[in-house]
Design a protein around this ligand. Structure first.
Ligand SMILES: Nc1ncnc2c1ncn2[C@@H]1O[C@H](COP(=O)(O)OP(=O)(O)OP(=O)(O)O)[C@@H](O)[C@H]1O
Ligand SMILES: O=C(O)C1=C[C@@H](O)[C@@H](O)[C@H](O)C1
Ligand SMILES: [Mg+2]
Length: 265
């Protein structure tokens, strides 16, 4: 065997060791999930992730190829999150709720914590149509827009493990609710009109609220929608006074309970 062949053999021994370690690591990730579940522990622990990252960065300080190695560990963390997400959710998470209830915020946070794909329905529809949502309403009417929402929800049934952030009015059409439930668990985020007002008052990207940014308009529209929202929901999370982590943790726990119940039924 010449020297090059020898080096290649040594390289493939390394790869085998890495593979073995990764398999072991993934099994540990699954065991940690099971431990947290069986001990009713908090599932999302961003502080732990931060500590692990800091420890690694310290160990890598001044090392050869530190940047490349860190990149690999970031991928490992990302894929561990995917494993956790697949363990927890074999379905899509469909977020519904009034404008400003936090659908996009919670969707982003879940995506960071579990490396889940996110779908912003308004954004996708607007991109595909090449115009803003208000222009779609103005040019083609609401019926046309709701049809696009229905088609997108049907398209999402081919996927799982996606967080879908619906438009504020998506659950107002019964057929949309039928479609979102086929492969999704529907989570309703709520907040008081006062909280919603404070969250949306400085933004200008909600056409329905643009000239109606006041608590009484929000209260009235919210009341009109309440029945449909609540009927669509598998889980309802009240978000007033809770930060993103608290809302997401409650969401995960409630979805786990739902699975447990449906498993037992
Ligand atoms: N739990 C929360 N605590 C404090 N602020 C929040 C919370 N959730 C969302 N926010 C803030 O409220 C604002 C609106 O949130 P977001 O855009 O996520 O709502 P949305 O439901 O997606 O609204 P829309 O239906 O218009 O898309 C944002 O500025 C966000 O930072
Ligand atoms: O609440 C609503 O009816 C809407 C909310 C937005 O997300 C958009 O989907 C659209 O402006 C309609
Ligand atoms: Mg949003």
């Amino acid at each position: 065997m010449n020297h090059l062949d020898e080096l290649r053999v040594r390289l493939s021994v390394c790869d085998e060791q890495i593979l073995e370690c990764l398999l072991k690591r993934n099994a540990i990730v699954e065991d940690i999930m099971k431990y947290k579940e069986s001990h009713n522990m908090q599932i999302i622990q961003p502080e732990q992730e931060k500590r692990q990252k800091q420890k690694l960065e310290k160990e890598l300080e001044g090392m050869n190829h530190a940047k490349e190695i860190l990149d690999i560990f970031n991928r490992i963390t990302y894929n561990s999150k995917k494993i956790q997400a697949r363990h927890l959710f074999h379905y899509n998470i469909v977020l519904i709720g009034f404008m400003g209830s936090g659908k996009s915020t919670i969707s982003d946070y879940l995506s960071t914590m579990f490396a889940m794909e996110t779908v912003e329905m308004d954004q996708i529809i607007s991109q595909r149509e090449g115009m803003s949502i208000s222009d779609i309403f103005a040019v083609y009417g609401e019926e046309y827009f709701r049809n696009l929402e229905t088609s997108l929800l049907i398209e999402m049934q081919a996927k799982n493990n996606v967080v879908i952030s619906c438009g504020g009015g998506t659950p107002m059409r019964d057929n949309n609710v039928v479609e979102m439930k086929k492969n999704g668990r529907v989570v309703l985020l709520t907040a008081s009109p006062e909280t919603i007002y404070h969250r949306v008052k400085d933004s200008h990207d909600r056409p329905l609220l643009e000239n109606n940014k006041n608590v009484s308009f929000i209260t009235e529209l919210m009341e009109k929608r309440r029945e449909k929202y609540e009927a669509a929901a598998d889980v309802i999370i009240q978000t007033d006074g809770k930060n993103e982590l608290e809302v997401c943790e409650e969401l995960v726990q409630r979805l786990m309970e739902l699975e447990e119940k449906s498993g037992r039924a």
